[in-house]
Write a protein that binds this ligand. Sequence first.
Ligand code: PBG
Length: 336
Amino acid sequence: MELTYRPRRLRRTASLRSLVRENILTASDFIYPLFIHEGQDVQPIGAMPGANRWSLDALVGEVERAWELGVKCVVLFPKVSEELKSEDGAECFNANGLIPKAISRLKQELPEMTIMTDVALDPYSSDGHDGIVSSDGVVLNDETVDSLCKQAIVQAQAGADLIGPSDMMDGRVGAIRESLDDEGFEHVGIISYTAKYSSAYYGPFREALDSAPKVINKKPIPKNKNSYQMDPANSREAITEAQLDEQEGADILMVKPGLAYLDIIYRLRQESELPIAAYNVSGEYAMVKAAAEKSWIDEKSVVLETLLSFKRAGADLILTYHACDAAHWLRDGLFD
Ligand code: PBG
């Protein structure tokens, strides 16, 4: 054949392929999510093989391991005991609570590690919602935002670097920014869960924290989060959320889940100049682990290909439970 263009020329050798590779992955792209609890033991999470609920002592070791692998940011999620949960979730702004304790401990031991937090009421709410549920079953916006601001302040006081509102209440980014500034935390950033979809992919996470919506007495509790998390059928709404978060002072925008929403990452990349994060959520992790356990897929290749797809779509950073494994595998190079 007399072909002018033969795209295979640049695919011929590993060094040519690496020369023209458009996207790369590095350990410093990753944010490693970790679950913690009050106990002294390390509890494996059923639907997330390899992930655990860490005690504070064991957490330090795991975060040190991540740092040594080149992972430079962790995000912490608390499993709160039932006695500390309440309808208003007030434990979320207890300055001596599990999260502030963990943050100050990590900051003492590993001051350079960036600590991100999650801001929402669900781990602390006896109703299992991200906001306060009224007696007639409405997730209240403005009342919730007051608590979220207090939660953010307590986290910043403990030493958090990045505050991550994941609740999807309206106006929370602006309100948190103002509260942080008023308290002298101008230097603390906000990584907003901007386009957070109402997704079934969060199932294993809710198991890890025992945080799914639940009815305890007669109060009518919404059984899902559809009145605040986004409809998976929508994409324009993600742009509106991004514009609002940007106006309200977000430093980083996040899309969540990641894999089923690559189009949203791509669209936000076109619309905004802010850094974009993708959250490779618990259900995505569980699917890979389950298939790999059965030897139906090759875990390493699938994980690296998936993480790279977030970069290709336009994400700058990736929250992933695979962070340490991926960092380890990347030491051998991405692909040959
Ligand atoms: C809490 C929160 C959730 C996740 C992160 N923060 C769960 C939810 O909204 O129900 C999910 C993360 C994951 O599935 O990995 N607001």
